[in-house]
Design a protein around this ligand. Structure first.
Ligand SMILES: [Cu+2]
Length: 415
């Protein structure tokens, strides 16, 4: 038999496994970190920032392994003020908290199932022994309601990976079960800020709070980390910093995510780091379903730069796609008459939809076009946030709106 590289690798991994891995017993299940538990000190890497979500604190096992405890459970998630959604997620959050490890770490991941149905945990893009891959039925039994499973392996490779269930996949991912799994390389690149944003889309009928997993195409709510604009936190960076933004997609559509004011380079996927010679400049990165994309830029242009999905229906909230097209139609008094028989009737305005932000909406439903900027309505919702690049800031708290220097702003010259 010829000894292939793969055989050697497998052999090495098995040897490593035999000496490093130790089966955890039920008594050794680490506690679920309470909200607000501080993260252990990051040694040798810059922790990522997952806006509106955060990272999962870990504890050190007796043998030095990093131990994480995920709890799969129903989660009430506020998408933006005025809308609370009955999602499923992990540890009180949808998406679940970000897991951060370092290449070479020995990790133990405990997963407790508090959902109303069975589940499993798959570590998407992580190189691991087959029995740790989490496809229920194929690699392991389903984790039944109330059970806790442990996954244990030594981290190989690096990059921005994800986790999600591989049990009743369609329902559980549509309900919001997903999170980032960040593997910091042993020799990290010199990055000052690294943001992680999970993209997702939902079908939630106006006036309700439960996502409909049966919908395949016609989604009406679009989120960055389980939040819709104006509920999304800004991405605050200091002028001159090197910034990475990682995007993950486990939804049913690709999302072309666009940044204003900059050209960035694609530097990583869930497969790992893109070699320097293979990078090219872009302003929009298409985040393919079932993958992550990481882009990098030098934040040398101060300002408030829009960052959003470029599918324009994905920057809307509660977008109804069966709205009658009334552009160019004189509808004076028509809507009020129709509303007498169809109270939820809504049509496009005669000259488009601008300025229709304040339309009445049912309970627990966000207006389609929403959000206030320093110069008026920002007529978007959904997958939208703002990259705020500032000089002289001492914290990453929201610095407010950018003040354009005199003579650097578009101005009215005729009426
Ligand atoms: Cu999109």
């Amino acid at each position: 038999m010829t000894v292939s590289r793969r055989n050697l690798l497998t052999g090495a991994a098995l040897l490593g496994g035999a000496s490093l891995l130790r089966r955890a017993s039920a008594e050794e299940i680490p506690p679920v970190p309470a909200p607000g538990t501080p993260m252990p000190k990051a040694v040798g890497y810059t922790p990522v920032v997952t806006p509106n979500v955060g990272s999962l604190p870990w504890t050190k096992g007796k043998d030095g392994a990093k131990e994480f405890h995920l709890v799969a459970e129903p989660v009430k998630r506020e998408f933006a003020p005025g809308m609370i959604v009955d999602t499923w997620g992990y540890n009180g959050s949808s998406p679940g908290p970000t897991i951060e490890v370092v290449e070479g770490d020995h990790v133990r991941l405990f997963v407790t199932n508090k959902l109303p149905e069975r589940t499993s945990a798959h570590w998407h893009g992580v190189l691991l022994p087959n029995g740790m891959d989490g496809v229920a039925g194929l690699n392991q039994p389903h984790i039944e309601v109330g059970e806790t499973y442990v996954y244990e392996f030594v981290i190989r490779g690096s990059g921005v990976k994800m986790y999600h269930p591989h049990s009743d996949e369609m329902v559980q991912m549509a309900m919001g079960m997903m999170g980032f799994f960040i593997i910091h390389p042993k020799n990290p690149p010199p990055i000052d800020r690294h943001f992680c944003i999970m993209l997702h889309e939902w079908a939630i009928a106006p006036g309700t709070s439960k996502p409909n997993p049966a919908v395949m195409l016609d989604f009406n709510i679009f989120t960055f980390n389980g939040r819709c604009w104006p509920g999304t936190d800004p991405l605050v960076v200091k002028e001159g910093q090197r910034v990475r933004i990682s995007l993950g997609n486990l939804s049913m559509d690709n999302h072309p995510i666009h940044l204003h004011g900059y050209a960035f380079e694609l530097v990583g996927t869930d497969g790992g780091e893109v070699p320097k010679s293979a990078r090219w400049p872009e302003t929009t990165v298409d985040v393919v379903v079932g993958s992550t994309r990481t882009v990098e830029l030098l934040a040398d242009a101060p300002g408030d730069w829009a960052f959003h999905c470029h599918k324009s229906h994905h920057t809307m909230n509660a977008m109804g796609h069966d709205v009658p097209n009334m552009i160019g139609v004189n509808q004076k008094g028509v809507a009020s008459k129709v509303q007498k028989v169809l109270p939820t009737y809504m049509a496009m305005g005669e000259n488009g939809m601008g300025g229709m932000m304040a339309m009445g909406t049912p309970k627990n439903t966000l207006p389609m076009m929403t959000g206030k900027g320093p110069f008026g309505d920002i007529e978007m919702g959904g997958m939208f946030t703002v990259l705020k690049v500032r000089s002289g800031i001492t914290t990453y708290d929201d610095p407010g709106w950018y003040k354009n220097p005199a003579g650097t702003m578009a101005r009215k010259v005729a009426k």
